[in-house]
Ligand binder design. Structure first.
Ligand SMILES: Cc1cc2nc3c(=O)[nH]c(=O)nc-3n(C[C@H](O)[C@H](O)[C@H](O)COP(=O)(O)OP(=O)(O)OC[C@H]3O[C@@H](n4cnc5c(N)ncnc54)[C@H](O)[C@@H]3O)c2cc1C
Ligand code: FES
Length: 278
């Protein structure tokens, strides 16, 4: 059954194929469904995941868009629903609605240098864009990943980042807010990495995902370096209920994050994020 044939408010049953711990508070779920078959999506889109009897939350798809049989989400445990999700066992059931929302514009930025900036769990919604870009590497200019986390223990997908770095596929710059253990890398917020990255600002685009304050400072810094606001893309988070533009829970000024976003340009979001009440 195709996603398009399904009513957007009706969750489809999926089974947990595997659950993997990524860090002390973050885990990755692999889902599959005999009934739904392949699950096509664009990098940056999200699903509403329903833990039966507990509740439904928006979670971005973190898997490889060229492997639509495996539906992958990476989630940080923060409250009731995400805690219940972490307790799921292989074979257990979850409801899935989606995919919803806009996506990282991976096609329209071909030919340009690409600066991808992640903060914490923000690396998860960016990972499908990284898979796409690395699978089509020749179509892009220089590509850089800048990643900031609170501590070294919060770094996600460590083996994969190391692999990409070792294979010279992707220069990865990592910084942590607080060093711990045998950390010998950078310490400081993610914006401190920007001056070290040799991109050609006049022909560059950026994808940013992380806490709102991090995205604001990062977008401003990249703009100061010369990237045009319409070439800077950020992914917004707001509380959601319906995910299809009915309920207004996710409204930000005149926009609905669920259907107009979550990916917006900095040119679109900067004026709204300047308003305190929003
Ligand atoms: C479009 C979109 C995509 C998202 N993608 C992801 C994703 O890929 N992975 C992921 O882990 N989360 C993602 N989120 C956030 C996720 O939806 C929330 O963490 C989840 O709804 C929390 O539900 P809960 O019932 O577990 O916690 P709640 O009971 O709703 O919240 C528990 C506590 O945590 C706080 N909290 C809620 N959300 C967050 C947050 N994001 N960060 C820090 N504290 C928070 C609340 O304010 C509250 O104090 C996304 C959100 C949106 C809107
Ligand atoms: S979540 Fe209902 S309008 Fe966006």
């Amino acid at each position: 059954m195709s996603a398009a044939a399904q009513h957007p408010m009706v969750p489809r049953p999926f089974n947990v194929r595997a659950i993997r711990r990524e860090s002390y508070d973050t885990f990755t779920l692999e889902l599959q469904s005999e009934q739904a078959g392949e699950f096509g999506f664009a990098p940056g889109q999200f699903n509403m995941l329903y833990v039966f009897g507990v509740g439904e939350v928006p979670i971005s798809i973190s898997g490889d868009p060229t492997r639509p049989k495996k539906l992958v989400h990476t989630t940080r445990e923060v409250g009731a629903v995400t805690r219940a999700m972490r307790r799921c066992k292989p074979g257990g059931a979850l409801g899935v609605r989606g995919p919803f929302g806009s996506h990282w514009p991976v096609e329209s930025v071909t030919g340009a240098d690409l600066v991808i900036v992640a903060g914490g769990i923000g690396l998860a919604p960016l990972r499908p864009a990284l898979y796409h870009v690395l699978a089509n590497r020749k179509r892009y200019g220089n590509v850089f990943l800048l990643y900031g986390t609170r501590t070294p223990a919060d770094i996600l997908f460590q083996k994969q980042l190391q692999q990409w770095q070792n294979d010279a596929k992707l220069p990865v710059y990592i910084t942590v807010d607080r060093a711990a253990g045998d950390w010998r890398g950078s310490v400081g917020v993610v914006t401190t990495l920007i001056p070290r990255v040799p991109f050609e600002a006049r022909n560059a685009a950026a994808f940013i995902c992380g806490p709102e304050v991090m995205m604001r400072f990062t977008a401003r810094e990249l703009q100061r370096r010369g990237i045009e606001p319409q070439n800077i893309h950020i992914s917004m988070e707001r509380n959601m209920k319906c995910a299809v533009g009915f309920c207004g829970h996710c409204q930000l000024g005149p926009t609905f994050i669920c259907k107009d976003g979550p990916v917006f340009t900095w040119a679109q979001m900067e004026p709204l994020m300047r308003v305190r009440e929003m």
